[in-house]
Design a protein around this ligand. Structure first.
Ligand code: GTP
Length: 441
C-alpha cells in the first residue's frame, strides 16, 4: 500500500514533499475559530492571510466557516455539531481539503478527517508547504524537510489522509520482520531526521566560522527583517542591485543572502536578507531555521521593513517582534522602515508615530537615501568616537586600533600618534587606557 499515504506522507527519501496537491489546483474550505480574547475581526484577518498563503501554495479557497467558542474542543477543535456543518459546506463547495487556521493536534486532525471525509490540514502545514516549494539552497531544503518531517512524525498513521488515493490502501500489510508499513515509515522518518540534524549541525558550525571571520572584518552587520511580503527582497535589490529573487508570492526568500553596502558616509556594512516572518510561524520552522535566523540575533542593527499598505501594519510589526524575541534578537537595535510609501499615504503617519523611523518605496527608490543615512547614523550612535594617544613603542596597540575600529585620522607626534577612531563599546573599553578624551556621539 505504498500509495496509501498522500504526498505529505509518502516519500521520505530526500525531496521535501508538499501537503497540498500539485497535479491540479485543490479546492479549499477555510475554518477558523474565535477564542477569547480574540474578536471576530481578528479571525477574519487571520483567514484573509491564510487565504493568501493557500493561494501562494497553489490552491483555491472556495468557502470559509467560522465559529466562536470559549475553548477548542479537545477531540475536534471545532464543536462536533459545527464539524457536521463544515462537512456539508465542504460537500456543497466540492472541496478537496479543509484548512484550519490554528495548529491541530494529530488526534484532532484524525477525528476531523473521519467526520469531514476529506483531508484536514492546518496553517502550519500550508506554511511548511510553501517553504518546501521555495527552498533553493541545500541548507534551506534540509531545514524545510526537517521541519516537515518533525511535523509529520506524530501524525503518521495508516491511511493517513482521507484523500481518494489513500482509501485505496488495504489493511496492515506485514513486511519482513513482522513490521507494519507504518512502523517501517516511522523508522525511516526518524533515521532521516537524525541525518538532517547532523547535516545542519555541520552547516551551523561552518556558519559560525564565517561569522567570526566577518566579525574580524570590522564591517557592521545589518539584517533586514520583516513580515512576509513587506518588500525586503525588493529593498535589497534597490540597495545593492544584487539580483535576489523578487516575486509577488509569499516567502520568496528562504536563504539568507549577504551583500556589501556602501553608506553615504563612506563606511561599508554587510547587509543580510532574512526569511519572511508571519503570524503563528510554526515552531518547527523557527527551530529548523534557527541558524539562518541567527544572523538577525548577531546583527548590529535590524532594518525592520513594514508594509505600510497592509491592512494592519502594527499587528504585523508585533508578529515580527514576537519572532525576534523567540530567536534571541530582541535586544538588537531596530530601525523601522515603512515601505510601499508609493501606495500608502499611511506611511508618513506611521513615521510620525514612530520617532526615528523612515518611510520609503523600495519600488520607486523614494526615501532610500534617507534610509541609508539613518542606517549610518544609527550605527555611529552605537560607537564611541575616541581620541587615543599611542606611543610608537606600542605597535601592538596601534595595530589593535586599526583592527578594532574605524580610524578617522592619525597625527604623528614626537613620541607617539594621536588617533581619532570610532570603536564599538567593547573596543572602547579595551583601548580606554590610551584615551585622551572620550566623546559620546
Ligand atoms: P518574503 O520573501 O515573503 O519575505 O517577501 P519580501 O518581504 O522579500 O517581499 P518582496 O520584496 O518579494 O515584495 C513583495 C511584493 O511587494 C512584490 O510584488 C513587490 O514588487 C512589492 N513591493 C515591494 N516594495 C514595494 C514598494 O515600495 N511599492 C510597491 N507598490 N510594491 C512593492
Amino acid at each position: 500500500m505504498s500509495d496509501s499515504h498522500r504526498s505529505a506522507f509518502g516519500e521520505h527519501g530526500g525531496e521535501s514533499s508538499g501537503f497540498i496537491e500539485r497535479t491540479f489546483r485543490e479546492r479549499i474550505v477555510l475554518a477558523g475559530v474565535t477564542l477569547p480574547p480574540s474578536t471576530e475581526e481578528d479571525t477574519e484577518a487571520g483567514l484573509d492571510e491564510l487565504e493568501a498563503l493557500v493561494d501562494t501554495a497553489g490552491a483555491d479557497v472556495v468557502d470559509r466557516v467560522v465559529q466562536r467558542r470559549q475553548t477548542p474542543d479537545p477531540a475536534t477543535y471545532i464543536g462536533s455539531g459545527k464539524a457536521g456543518e463544515l462537512r456539508d459546506a465542504a460537500e456543497a463547495a466540492d472541496c478537496d481539503t479543509v484548512v484550519f487556521d490554528d495548529e491541530l493536534s494529530p488526534a484532532q486532525q484524525r477525528n476531523l478527517e473521519k467526520i469531514l471525509g476529506r483531508t484536514a490540514i492546518d496553517r502550519t502545514a500550508v506554511i511548511l508547504d510553501i517553504f518546501g516549494q521555495n527552498a533553493s539552497s541545500q541548507e534551506g531544503k534540509a531545514q524545510v524537510e526537517l521541519a516537515q518531517l518533525r511535523y509529520q512524525l506524530p501524525r503518521l498513521r495508516r491511511g493517513s489522509k482521507a484523500s481518494l488515493s489513500q482509501q485505496r490502501g488495504g489493511g496492515a500489510a506485514r513486511f519482513g520482520g513482522g513490521e507494519t508499513r507504518l512502523e517501517v515509515d516511522r523508522r525511516r522518518i526518524v533515521r532521516r531526521i537524525h541525518k538532517l540534524e547532523a547535516e545542519l549541525r555541520d552547516v551551523a558550525a561552518h556558519r559560525e566560522t564565517q561569522r567570526k571571520r566577518a566579525k574580524r572584518s570590522r564591517a557592521a552587520n545589518v539584517a533586514i527583517v520583516g513580515y512576509t511580503n513587506a518588500g525586503k527582497s525588493t529593498l535589497l535589490n534597490q540597495l545593492t542591485d544584487s539580483g535576489v529573487l523578487v516575486e509577488d508570492r509569499l516567502f520568496a526568500t528562504l536563504d539568507a543572502t549577504t551583500r556589501r553596502l556602501q553608506l553615504p558616509g563612506g563606511e561599508a556594512v554587510l547587509l543580510t536578507d532574512t526569511v519572511g516572518f508571519v503570524r503563528k510561524l510554526p515552531h518547527q520552522l523557527v527551530e529548523a531555521f534557527r541558524s539562518t535566523l541567527q544572523v538577525a540575533a548577531d546583527a548590529d542593527l535590524l532594518v525592520h521593513v513594514v508594509d505600510a499598505s497592509a491592512a494592519d501594519p502594527v499587528a504585523q510589526m508585533g508578529a515580527v517582534r514576537d519572532v525576534l524575541v523567540e530567536i534571541g534578537a530582541a535586544d538588537v537595535p531596530e530601525l523601522l522602515c515603512f515601505n510601499k510609501a508609493d501606495l500608502a499615504s499611511e506611511a508618513k503617519r506611521l513615521v510620525d508615530r514612530n520617532p526615528g523611523s523612515v518611510s520609503i518605496s523600495a519600488r520607486t527608490g523614494e526615501g532610500i537615501t534617507d534610509l541609508l543615512t539613518a542606517i549610518g547614523d544609527r550605527l555611529r550612535a552605537q560607537t564611541d568616537l575616541m581620541e587615543l594617544y599611542v606611543p610608537y613603542a606600542r605597535g601592538d596597540v596601534l595595530a589593535e586600533v586599526h583592527r578594532e575600529g574605524e580610524v578617522l585620522s592619525e597625527t604623528a607626534g614626537p613620541d607617539g600618534v594621536v588617533i581619532r577612531a570610532r570603536l564599538d563599546p567593547a573596543g572602547a573599553a579595551r583601548l580606554g587606557r590610551w584615551s585622551t578624551a572620550t566623546e559620546q556621539q
